[in-house]
Design a protein around this ligand. Structure first.
Ligand code: PBG
Length: 325
């Protein structure tokens, strides 16, 4: 044809079948973890204004939602609780009849094969909205660990399959592992929010979980978005302390970190596609500016390509539908 020496990459892109044959990464329904916001009360189905399609649900409405989730082929849910009463020490987080504990029992009773992951943090339960207890105007690390461990144990007692601590206190994996083991839950894994940045992308979540800090911010415990090596230290310490899964959060602006962490560890890596990332896509789609389906599938496959094995995403139901088409 010609005497030029160049490579014909287009040979492997010549048809959909050829492209499918050489595709390197795949997205499966099994990869999806769907977050749910459960609230106390009855007959509540309150859409979060900044997160179209996502609702705060009371237990009666959770029943419907879970039927849909299971019928779509989603196997795992991540539970966040929004209690009626908040206090200084977040007592509802570790109360036997707390909303997450009740929701966990209900889901495990009605859908035993669904994996229930309990988010373990205090921010949704404290009156000040911080992820731990306050001493002298600061979040006290070691005092917080005690209550966080108590929360994890009570979630395990309620039947949670996985404990997912998101509080970013130092030593939370070691403390929770010890607490779970001593309480007889040696087989309950910890999915650690090991690498969690202090991100503005959590804004809509704080509306959903009603967990905006009432003073200050979370920069003394969540990570600086400018740092890469700090992510290695955070991941390494959680692995050493016994984490079973590692989460990197947020996802879209942190794909480099995801790849880095994947290369340091053989543990299952989880991308948290956070609220702000969901809301941006929804808003643009509602304006007719982008193709929502194509954009969502592209961003999720980019997380898989970066090394994520699992993805926590508010778009799970849509994605499960699209994957079945
Ligand atoms: C609780 C927690 C947060 C998120 C998950 N667990 C909020 C925060 O740290 O402020 C954010 C999730 C999201 O934005 O989707 N500590």
């Amino acid at each position: 044809m010609n005497d030029l020496h160049f490579k014909r990459h287009r040979r492997l892109r010549s048809s959909e079948s050829m492209r499918a044959l050489v595709r390197e990464t795949h997205l499966h329904k099994e990869d999806l973890i769907y977050p749910l916001f459960v609230v106390e009360g009855e007959n509540i189905k309150r859409e979060i204004p900044s997160m179209p399609g996502i609702f705060q649900l009371s237990l009666d409405n959770l029943t419907e939602e879970m039927k849909e989730v299971e019928s779509l082929g989603i196997r795992s849910v991540l539970l966040f609780g929004v209690p009626k009463q908040k206090d200084e020490v977040g007592s509802q987080a570790y109360c036997e009849h707390g909303i997450v504990q009740l929701a966990t029992k209900q889901i495990k009773r009605d859908h035993p094969s669904i994996i229930v992951i309990a988010d373990t943090c205090l921010c949704e339960y404290t009156s000040h909205g911080h992820c731990g207890v306050i001493r002298d105007g600061k979040v006290d690390n070691d005092e917080s660990l005690k209550l966080i461990t108590e929360t994890a144990i009570s979630q395990a007692k309620a039947g949670a399959d996985i404990i997912a601590p998101s509080n970013m206190m130092d030593g939370f994996v070691a403390a929770i592992r010890k607490g779970l083991d001593e309480a007889g839950f040696t087989n309950i894994p910890i999915m650690s929010y090991a690498v969690k940045y202090a991100s503005a992308f959590y804004g809509p979540f704080r509306d959903a979980a009603d967990s905006t800090p009432q003073f200050g911010n979370r920069k003394e415990y969540q990570m600086d978005p400018a740092n890469r090596y700090e992510a290695f230290r955070e991941a390494d310490s959680d692995i050493e302390e016994g984490a079973d899964f590692i989460i990197v959060k947020p996802s879209m602006s942190y794909l480099d970190i995801m790849r880095d962490v994947k290369e340091r560890s053989t543990l299952p890596l989880v991308a948290y596609n956070v609220s702000g990332e969901y809301s941006m896509v929804k808003a643009a789609a509602q304006n007719g500016w982008i193709d929502e389906k194509q954009i969502v599938l592209e961003k999720l496959i980019s997380m898989k390509r970066a090394g994520a094995d699992l993805i926590i995403t508010y778009a799970s139901k849509d994605v499960a539908k699209w994957l079945s088409e």
